[in-house]
Ligand binder design. Structure first.
Ligand SMILES: [Ca+2]
Ligand SMILES: [Ca+2]
Length: 275
């Protein structure tokens, strides 16, 4: 290498080092990687951080993924910063939900999170199209989180996006109008919308959740811990009667390195026959 070339190279290295040290946390840190380093600045515009990878149970998932935060608002009554987080899959690959956010470090370390975790030490994102898949371009619904802070104070954070994992166990199915009353959902038979369905572990953990079917009659319970559950339609108008068993028991286990799902929790109904 000539002396002159070496000098130019040295200069570029020095410039890069200076750029890396600049303390503008509202700009995405160079390089991406797996850990988002950001700053909740009550007078800043918010942040957008691009991450090359998300953490999975056994391996990393290649993105890129975008973590966004609205401008934090300081709430006097909580003495805390309120921030809406969203994540977007800006890669080209379908990813399996759930999508989680975990804070690895908060600065100063006296900062506390005032929103309860969804699973372990993680927050889960929800999606308008909640079909188990996080597809390219799909942005989550905003997840509001609250961080203790003094008035005017910023909070720094290191966080990572998680994908899939052991809590990724689900039960899904259809509630449908069983026109020919044979207990089987034929392709021409229609789903029933907005029917309340519950999942109940009937046990000491007291898991009892309720969802409603979508316009196709489909429903899903996600992120269920390994357990045995009873699934049943909660209420149904008197004008219908069941053409299938009205509840079923489903056992979810956690196989190594992945989730476990049951997709056949189907419940048929037909107009009640006069008695
Ligand atoms: Ca989706
Ligand atoms: Ca049928």
């Amino acid at each position: 290498m000539s002396r002159r070339l070496f000098f130019v190279f040295l200069l570029i290295t020095l410039t890069l080092t200076l750029a890396a040290c600049s303390d503008d946390a509202t700009l995405p840190p160079a390089g991406g990687g797996t850990v988002a380093e950001g700053d909740l600045d009550p007078v800043g515009p918010g942040f957008e951080i691009e991450l090359e990878f998300a953490a999975g149970p056994d391996s990393l998932h290649r993105g890129p993924f975008l973590l966004k935060g609205t401008r934090p608002v300081w709430a006097a009554r909580w003495q805390a910063l309120v921030v809406d987080f969203t994540v977007t899959n800006i890669g080209e690959v379908d990813q399996l939900e759930p999508v989680s956010l975990e804070f690895l470090r908060l600065i100063p370390d006296t900062t506390e999170l005032l929103v309860e975790f969804d699973v372990d030490s993680k927050y889960l994102f929800e999606f308008e199209n909640d079909d188990l898949w996080w597809t390219p371009g799909e942005e989550s619904l905003p997840k509001q989180l609250i961080f203790t802070a003094e008035a005017g104070q910023s909070v720094g954070f290191n966080a990572q996006i998680g994908l899939g994992g052991l809590m990724d166990s689900w039960i899904s199915g259809y509630v449908w109008l069983d026109a020919n009353r044979d207990g089987v959902m034929q392709p021409h038979e229609l789903g029933m919308e907005d029917v309340p369905v519950v999942v109940d572990d009937g046990g000491p953990d007291e898991i009892f959740r309720q969802v409603a079917t979508d316009h196709t009659g489909w429903f899903v319970f996600r992120n269920l811990p390994a357990n045995t559950y009873e699934v049943r339609v909660l209420t149904m108008s008197d004008v219908y009667e069941s053409t299938t068993p009205s509840s079923m028991h489903v056992m979810l286990t956690w196989p190594m390195g992945g989730g476990d799902g049951f997709s056949d929790a189907d419940f048929g109904f037909a107009p009640a026959e006069p008695r």
